[in-house]
Design a protein around this ligand. Structure first.
Ligand code: NAP
Length: 331
């Protein structure tokens, strides 16, 4: 009989403890996944240090890829044995069974998609949280209100600017917007401009260039500017983002950190990675788009180790400098 193991956080700042754990039971709309790869996001070590933790002991982790082990009674899109990627919900529920850092985890079917055979789990696992974070900025009520992505989107003459296009979240934002017909102008360091282009950005500007605000305004030209997605979000980023927004005569800004006080020409909202706003993308787009090559598994995984024991080291790697890669542990 299958048995579970998890990486528990027993208290704020304590090292992870690997121990036997309960086998998750799916709710009616959930699946249970036997994880083969998990990715580490900045929020994971932050949660391990106590950030918005609901209860101890807990099990962290958002991004997972593996095989479906069990399905809830309402679930029609998945069956046992399917290869999937998904976004686990411990951040909302606080329940250990909903954390990705286990051998078996529970995930809402609405936050999961089949991973085509040609992708390895370590490739697919880079996507889930990044897609949901971009989806919040684009589709959540009161946010940018972009069209949903599809396989046959035509250019719509509207422009989205993605600041931090080479970050995991930035790459996901580029891919969702481009696949809905928007022209995307991105920023990154010059070494990562090709990565932004590979994701679909039409123009990429180095955020360290003095002329960046004017360059971006010129690139937008007469097309309609819909909004700026700031995938970096930190206070320093506004030294560049504010002049860009000013040159574009202001508008909507989706920000990956609470934005603080900004000039009145910026209508800024904080994006949060967890919610139901991504469900249509998960249900109708991700699998077909991966199959057709419209959605790419980017950035590349940086595999730190194998097994739950490697997670602690992976947290340390994630806390260091990571450029154009996603920290991954295989299970
Ligand atoms: N609110 C949420 O729910 C949520 C969810 C996910 C992530 N986040 C936050 O979103 C941000 C991005 O997360 P991620 O996982 O996508 O990051 P990531 O993949 O680790 O992003 C790394 C990239 O960020 C760029 N970067 C770093 N410092 C920068 C700066 N000062 N100015 C401009 N670019 C800079 C670098 O690009 P170059 O190498 O090209 O310079 C680097 O490649 C993080 O701050 C994270 O905490 C928030």
């Amino acid at each position: 009989m299958a048995s579970n193991k998890s990486a528990f956080v027993d208290d704020k700042g304590k090292p992870l403890r690997i121990a036997d754990s309960a086998m998750p039971k799916p709710g009616a709309d959930d699946i249970v996944v036997r994880n083969h790869a998990v990715a580490i996001n900045t929020i994971d070590p932050a949660q391990a240090d106590g950030f918005l933790i609901k209860q101890y002991p807990t099990v962290l982790g958002h991004d997972l890829a593996g095989e479906v082990f069990d399905v809830g009674s309402n679930v029609k899109r998945f069956k046992k044995g399917d290869r999937v990627i998904g976004h686990a919900r411990q951040f909302l529920t606080g329940q250990p069974e909903d954390g990705a850092f286990s051998l078996y985890s529970r995930v809402p079917a609405g936050n999961a998609a089949i991973l085509p055979d040609r992708f390895e789990y370590k490739q697919g696992v880079v996507l889930p949280l990044a897609i949901d974070t971009a989806a919040c900025g684009f589709y959540e009520e009161g946010y940018m209100q972009l069209e949903l992505p599809s396989l046959d989107a035509k250019p719509n003459g509207r422009v989205v600017v993605v600041y931090g296009g080479s970050s995991s979240v930035g790459i996901a934002a580029i891919q969702l917007a481009v696949n809905a017909g928007y022209r995307v102008i991105a920023t990154s360091s010059s070494k990562n401009s090709n990565l932004c282009r590979e994701a679909g950005a039409s123009e990429v500007f180095d955020y360290k260039a003095e002329s960046i605000a004017g360059d971006i305004a010129k690139a937008v030209g007469d097309d309609q500017f819909v909004g700026l997605f700031n995938a970096i979000g930190i206070p320093e980023s506004f030294d560049v983002v504010n002049p860009i927004m000013e040159k574009l005569n202001g508008g909507f800004l989706a920000n990956t950190k609470p934005p603080g006080k900004l000039p009145s020409f910026i209508d800024a909202k904080f994006v949060l990675c967890i919610g139901d706003f991504g469900f249509p993308v998960w249900e109708n787009f991700i699998t077909k788009a991966l199959e057709s090559g419209k959605l790419k598994c980017l950035p590349e995984p940086k595999v730190v180790g194998k097994g739950l024991d490697s997670l602690q080291e992976a947290f340390e790697v994630r806390n260091g400098e990571v450029s154009a890669q996603k920290v991954v542990v295989e299970l």
